[in-house]
Design a protein around this ligand. Structure first.
Ligand SMILES: NC(=O)c1ccc[n+]([C@@H]2O[C@H](COP(=O)([O-])OP(=O)(O)OC[C@H]3O[C@@H](n4cnc5c(N)ncnc54)[C@H](OP(=O)(O)O)[C@@H]3O)[C@@H](O)[C@H]2O)c1
Length: 199
């Protein structure tokens, strides 16, 4: 299985507080044609009002599966996410200690870990189900956890020509050696830099 993470960052390594061309971000992200998009609950919650207000196009049969790490069962917009017109279906990733769901909940679930989702086990289970490519859509806690666990094979950074100055850095834990795969320079000064993670 190939696990890739793409994120937009500033030149000083901050992942928010500047404008991102989302059409370009997702056009580039679509190049991997991932079968599963792995997202954290906080990323979903940050967009929840937009998701709920978006037109319900219905599931896209050929789209990836949206798998959301949600060990505290904080996400409630499952139907709206499924109907956004990008994903084929949604999968809630829970842990043993996740609060009970409503009895009428119909969202598919995968339970791993005790009080937190076991990310390595999730990838193992998805691999057993035939998934070959997973794209992690995170610039924060989920990405850092995946990097700490050596679960990421490829990193693609869309580096924006801006110094944000303050804010959480996307990676601040330990040294990682990377092999440069390629760089594309866009007219507005954004660099798309791709690296393989050396284990
Ligand atoms: N710049 C970019 O390219 C980009 C990309 C994506 C998102 N974002 C932005 O980033 C913000 C959200 O970032 P965030 O860091 O708050 O959230 P996040 O990336 O969504 O990560 C939080 C999720 O990670 C899970 N998690 C964290 N550590 C874990 C571990 N060790 N094991 C298992 N699961 C773990 C949490 O689990 P629990 O369920 O237990 O809480 C939670 O579901 C949003 O504003 C979003 O828009 C930016």
């Amino acid at each position: 299985m190939h696990v890739v993470a793409q994120l937009a960052v500033s030149l000083d390594g901050v992942a928010s507080g500047f404008d991102v061309d989302l059409a370009r971000f997702y056009a580039l992200a679509s190049l991997w044609q991932e079968e599963v998009t792995l997202v954290g609950a906080d990323t979903i919650l940050a967009q929840e009002s937009d998701v709920l207000a978006a037109p319900r196009r219905g599931p896209r049969a050929e789209g990836p599966l949206l798998a959301v790490v949600d060990s505290r069962a904080r996400v409630h917009s499952w139907n709206a996410l499924r109907d956004l017109g990008y994903w084929s279906d949604v999968l809630a990733l829970y842990a043993d200690q996740t609060p009970p769901r409503p009895p009428d909940a119909t969202t598919r679930e995968l339970t791993t870990g005790y009080d937190q989702v076991d990310l390595a086990e999730v990838l193992t289970v998805l691999g057993r189900r035939g998934v070959r490519t997973v794209r992690v859509d995170s610039s924060g806690a989920l990405l850092r956890a995946c990097l700490e666990l050596d679960l990421i094979d490829e990193l693609a950074l869309l580096v924006h020509p801006v110094l944000v100055g303050s804010g959480e850095r996307w990676f601040d834990t330990r040294q990682l050696n990377l092999h440069h795969v390629g760089t594309e320079v866009f007219k507005d000064g954004v660099l798309w830099m791709r690296y393989c993670v050396a284990i």
